[in-house]
Write a protein that binds this ligand. Structure first.
Ligand code: PMP
Length: 476
């Protein structure tokens, strides 16, 4: 595949015409990707990169069945949902069959942000409440309404401050969070963290206001790959329901079988944990913009009673629905959930072994193809190894493996690859990590040099030199 522009020109024109708040991966030395297949991406020289981060290319980049489903339908018809069409119905039937039976009604939209924005409207309409309880470091999208419930964004210096209707509760991170296995060994973390939600509800009541919703991812990806402690969501949902609020579960990033054993992350918390509204997106279209809100007939009916029509020009169009249907079909027929369970488990057990050897690793946690490796300066203090995490991802890139770092201190290596990631790929990833961890540990006492970024105005910027909470953040 030929590139239209050479890389220098691409960078130059990008700086001129693309808003500088749109950040690049590896901004010190961005990669120009021209093609991709399965779990591999290729740059303009045909160099192959092993992709460990693109959770959107869920069934593999450019899966031929997805491409065919989209192009076949595009050649036939694409229009809005005011005309009767089977694709939207068949997709709604297929999608809801993957959820507990109460969740039987869908709204189709084009992005995760739109899905969460609509979820919020549904919750406020149903409850007549205004206040929203949100997890610290949570991210739910870029529209004004969802930015206001995304503490990952409104925590940033320069944004302003926490909107009055958002109540931030600590993320149930048992390694680094408010309650953790160092200071509170043996405690019931699910209950301790859920109590924080109860406290937030009490604050809402003290103000004479009403809770509309609790929103949280079922596994927090932006907050640094956090798994909810057992019992957490059950208790939180019960407190919220008692207060007359609704529970919105954001599965935009982690849904569609990434956790392996289940289709949705909330199911890891038990069969009796059922949100009122679930939002899905990213992997749903394997790169094509399609997302959805799934809710109960009661919530949808009250929204209808407002008398305001819900219309979305592109949401639920026949092409997007054909694509989403083929994604679900591929997950099933290629056994991708089973693959995530098996290969994910192998990776986790090998990382546990590596942890014994590498003091740089403070914690490893994960399920299926959702894994985080938290790097620390030393295990006793658990001081985040922010610069080292950046060093790892840049060194991995030199070895043609794409990883990212996230979490409030940007010290958690994030693994969320396409679901066709194989056992051989896992071997390659782990052996390269082993080499790079050793390299960094060997130079521990020397000053780590961070990659220097170029920028439009000629200024330089060292990556990862401070925790994310004090810096502007890159896109989620
Ligand atoms: N929720 C979560 C958990 C996400 O990770 C994202 C995207 N990073 C969104 C919502 C927003 O989705 P989109 O970018 O499709 O609007």
């Amino acid at each position: 595949v030929e590139s239209i522009l050479d890389k220098e020109k691409t960078l130059e024109l990008r700086e001129k015409h693309i808003a500088s708040s749109c950040k690049l991966f590896f901004k010190a030395d961005p990669i120009k990707i021209l093609t991709a297949r399965g779990q591999y991406m290729y740059d303009e020289f045909g160099t192959r990169y092993l992709d460990c981060i693109n959770n959107v290319a869920h069934v593999g980049h450019c899966h031929p069945d997805v491409v065919k489903a989209g192009s076949d339908q595009m050649a036939l018809l694409n229009t809005n949902i005011r005309f009767l069409h089977d694709n939207i119905i068949v997709l709604a039937q297929e999608l809801t069959s993957l959820f507990p039976k109460q969740l039987s009604v869908c709204f189709f939209v084009n992005s995760g942000s739109e899905a969460n924005d609509l979820a919020l409207r549904l919750a406020r309409t149903k409850t007549r409440g205004t206040e929203v309880i949100v997890l610290d470091h949570g991210y739910h999208g870029h529209t004004q309404a969802v930015m206001e419930i995304s503490s990952y964004k409104f925590n940033i210096a320069g944004y302003g401050s926490r909107p009055e209707h958002s109540y931030v509760v600590p993320v149930p991170d048992i390694y680094r969070g408010k309650y953790n296995d160092k200071n509170n060994p043996g405690d019931d973390f699910g209950l301790l963290y859920a109590k924080e939600v109860k406290n937030a509800i009490d604050k809402v009541k003290e103000k004479g206001r009403k809770v509309a919703a609790f929103i949280g991812e079922s596994l927090q990806s932006c907050g640094g790959q956090i798994l909810m402690p057992p019992g957490y969501l059950k208790q939180v949902y019960s407190y919220i329901h008692e207060a007359g609020g609704l529970c919105i579960c954001d599965e935009v990033q982690v849904g569609f079988g990434r956790v392996g054993t289940h289709w949705w992350g909330f199911q890891l918390q038990g069969n009796d944990v059922i949100p009122d509204i679930v939002t899905v997106g990213k992997p749903m279209g394997n790169g094509h913009p399609v997302a959805a809100v799934i809710t109960t007939p009661e919530v949808a009916a009250l929204f209808y009673e407002t008398g305001i029509e819900y219309f979305n020009t592109y949401g639920g169009n026949p092409v997007s629905c054909a694509i989403a249907l083929s994604v679900i079909d591929i997950i099933k027929k290629e056994g991708l959930r089973e693959n995530a369970t098996k290969v994910g488990q192998e990776i986790m057990s090998k990382l546990e072994v590596m942890k014994k050897k590498h003091p740089l690793i403070g914690d490893v946690r994960g399920v299926g193809f959702f894994i985080g490796i938290e790097l620390v300066k030393d295990r006793e203090s658990r001081q985040p190894a922010t610069a080292e995490a950046q060093q790892v991802i840049y060194r991995m890139k030199e070895h043609h493996i794409l990883l990212s770092a996230d979490g409030p201190d940007r010290n958690v290596l994030k693994f969320k690859p396409p679901m066709c990631f194989s056992a051989e790929n896992a071997e390659e990833l782990l052996s390269e990590l082993d080499v790079i961890f050793t390299e960094i540990e060997d130079t521990r006492n020397e000053n780590i040099k961070l990659p220097v970024c170029r920028s439009a105005n000629g200024k330089t910027d060292r990556l990862g030199s401070e925790p994310i909470s004090k810096k502007k953040k890159v896109a989620a």
